[in-house]
Design a protein around this ligand. Structure first.
Ligand code: ADP
Ligand code: MG
Length: 303
């Protein structure tokens, strides 16, 4: 249903070229939940922006049900890491969730129904009248998820959505995503730099190489469909899978993917500080990031 074929993206400007993504090809089946991991700076956000039609690739194509994606498709929703910047502070929680539905020109009664359903689904039925700034980080991210769900997307893209919340909240949100995925039968592409998270969540983990980026490996997660934080994470098979993905990432970081890592301005694996040069505010809203890999990447916000 979602086909990424030969995707390449080169940023140019200020007299130099950065090849963020070299050649990515993969396919997601209808209703699949795939996680995408790769070293910081390898082009995960770039890929999601191309897949969601927010940015045109330099070469290659993205297609949804065989139709080329040339702008944001109506049945796709994106959740970014920086909920702080993706919610409008002057709108209530309800207002934020309802906004895209207004843009979709849905009638009022239907909007109310969808907002109620989405807030209930993320456990925020009680918080509709509050404002984002009155909520904790985890609750704000739930609002962003509710907004995406209310939109009734067939495809949900998420870009390191839990990188800035504490570990307990993160575990809850992971379970929430699996629950919502099952309940709404969406196709989900979930980007994370957290290997455990990728294995816990996904039916499949697509491992990207360091920049210039290609698909390094595609690991099927053959864990039982019923997952829970305690049992699943302590299963021997979970440990094997995370070790396998870990090894792939190490190989990717050490340039084991494509030979001759050229052109990548910030140098692939350790490109941690690779804040979007287009985005002077990229650092905001990631306060309290819990991992060493704090990646102040991009949001779909202003551009
Ligand atoms: P990731 O999300 O995997 O951390 P990104 O997609 O944000 O990686 O970035 C991939 C590479 O492209 C990095 O080297 C980054 O510096 C570069 N890059 C990202 N956005 C831009 C941009 N707007 N202009 C120039 N280079 C960019
Ligand atoms: Mg990113």
């Amino acid at each position: 249903m979602l086909d990424v074929d030969g995707l390449r993206k080169t940023y140019s400007g200020r007299g130099r070229e950065v090849e963020a993504v070299r050649d990515l090809t993969f396919r997601l089946g209808e209703g699949e939940l795939a996680c995408l991991v790769g070293p910081s700076g390898c082009g995960k956000t770039t890929l999601l922006k191309c897949v969601s039609g927010l940015m045109r690739p330099t070469a290659g194509t993205v297609a949804l049900d065989g139709r080329p994606v040339t702008g944001p498709p109506p049945d796709m929703a994106v959740v970014f890491q920086e909920y702080g910047r993706s919610l409008f502070p002057w709108l209530t929680v309800r207002g934020n969730v309802e906004l895209p539905l207004k843009e979709k020109r849905l009638p009022k009664a239907r909007r109310r129904e969808l907002v109620d359903g989405a807030l209930e689904a993320v456990g925020l039925a009680h918080a509709g009248a509050r404002h984002p700034w009155e909520l904790s980080g985890g609750m704000q991210q739930r609002v962003a998820i509710a907004r995406a769900i209310a939109y009734e997307p067939r495809v949900l893209l998420m870009d390191e959505p839990f990188a800035a919340v504490d570990a307990q909240t993160r575990a809850d949100l992971e379970d929430l995503i699996r629950g919502l995925w099952k309940r709404f039968s969406m196709t989900v592409l979930f980007v994370t730099h957290d290997i455990d998270e990728a294995v816990y969540l996904g039916q499949r983990v697509i491992v990207l190489s360091a920049s210039p980026t290609v698909v390094q490996d595609d690991v099927r997660v053959d864990l039982p469909d019923e997952r829970d934080q305690l049992t699943t994470r302590s299963a021997p098979r979970f440990a094997e899978l995370r070790a396998q993905v870990y090894r792939e990432i190490q190989t990717a970081k050490n340039g084991g993917g494509p030979s001759g890592a050229d052109g990548a301005g910030t140098g692939g694996a350790e490109a941690d500080g690779a804040a979007d040069p287009d985005d002077p505010e990229a650092d905001k809203g990631t306060g309290g990031a819990d991992g060493p890999e704090r990646t102040p990447t991009t949001t779909g916000g202003p551009r």
